[in-house]
Design a protein around this ligand. Sequence first.
Ligand code: AMP
Ligand code: MG
Length: 483
Amino acid sequence: MQKNEGGRIVVLDGKLDASYTALPETFYTRMSPNPVRDPQMVKWNEELAEQLGIGQEGALDHLAGNSFPEGAQPIAQAYAGHQFGNFTMLGDGRTILLGEWQNRSGQKVDIQLKGAGRTPYSRGGDGRAALGPMLREYIISEAMHGLGIPTTRSLAVVSTGEPVYRETALPGAVLTRIASSHIRVGTFEYARRFCSETDLIALADYSIERHYPELAGEPDKYVRFFRAVMERQAELLAKWVGAGFIHGVMNTDNMTISGETIDYGPCAFLDAYKPMTAFSSIDIQGRYAYANQPPIAAWNLARFAEALLPLFDSIPAEAVKQAEDTLREFPQIYRKCWLDIMYRKIGITGAKESDEALVEDILGWMEQAGADYTNTFRALTIGDTAALEQAEGFASWKKRWDDRIGAEGIEAARDLMRQSNPSIIPRNHLVEEALDAAGNGDYTLFDRLCELVSDPFSYEPVDSKFTEDPPEPKEPFQTFCGT
Ligand code: AMP
Ligand code: MG
């Protein structure tokens, strides 16, 4: 267990911005985090703290919600969203935005406490979070960052010394989430459904200024804004799919305008390549299964377009046409991003159209052979494919690949592949084992796993338990929301 005894001085006092509170009041509620009984720092992200220029000393009380930094104007944000296809009013039911912080490179980020107590948007919830799921968000978000995938980050996990009641009593915790903002597709749906057009414009202008400032002076800035968000989300989805990541709950309130991954509830990485894998316990129909994610992103973007329609054009039919013309481009933008990633994964530069079949066919082979997604690319990267060649069909694919790369190209291909194929991902069984031990106060495996998944392209030799195929699960792995 790490103690709150780091060397640097916390500098949050007097330094937090609150630009979001300049928006119309309908977008937030001012409120303080709710104090907790006995806060302990159980995980502190030294590397992120260094980037942010935040010291650990004195941070504990702020990050537990027991006090807030001088001059801070904490708020809970309002938003709505489509959950599994149905529109609902939501909002920060268990998070408080402490404020905005300028990192060392001058970029503004939100500092938000997750599990900070009830808010006016809590509905039936207790506003709290359990330690296990907050540690899970910590490790998976840091793994995503290590993989080069845009994401919210985790600065700290503080245990609260209070129980939270789920199916049983569990230890409570507060996670400090860092995000380039928490503006969601659902924030725009809220504005469109419940606010005035002036409010909607204020939100759009704020988002443009914060995330797409180059568009601010453009005559058709709102259509361009929509397109820019679509491009960022297409790129994000291609990165998820490329890494074998399943978000698990792609509701519109969990899609950011910044293009960062947010909300690590029921997410997990693929083991065997089965495109219809869904882990989430409540995703009975597989709406958010691995392979459904890109079309669901497009569906979510259509909800975003609907929210923005009045800003596209004053003539409704013209506004709809602008939205449709833009959305129609999503599949090809996505596919280009995805193919670029997949070519890198098999070490191909200067791809030709005929290379698409190499990508499709290795995936087809993995699916039919039940091969592990990450480890197939890993084996190819390190040139250790003997085991794969036992399975029917691999050798003939490999021969085509060898011919394509050519003997003279193999070193360059391997270099590219080492930068594109992770050696280590946060496998479900390892994460569960680490969380179980952490729940008993032993953070050894959790800390080690955090270290390894934060640097997934290193290919340094490690204990084989971190890289080998996972054991056959006795029953399908399940993940849970709202924990
Ligand atoms: P999520 O599934 O994490 O995207 O959460 C959906 C909504 O439920 C959001 O508005 C959350 O703030 C809210 N929520 C989730 N867990 C809780 C909780 N324990 N207490 C209050 N609100 C919650
Ligand atoms: Mg959410």
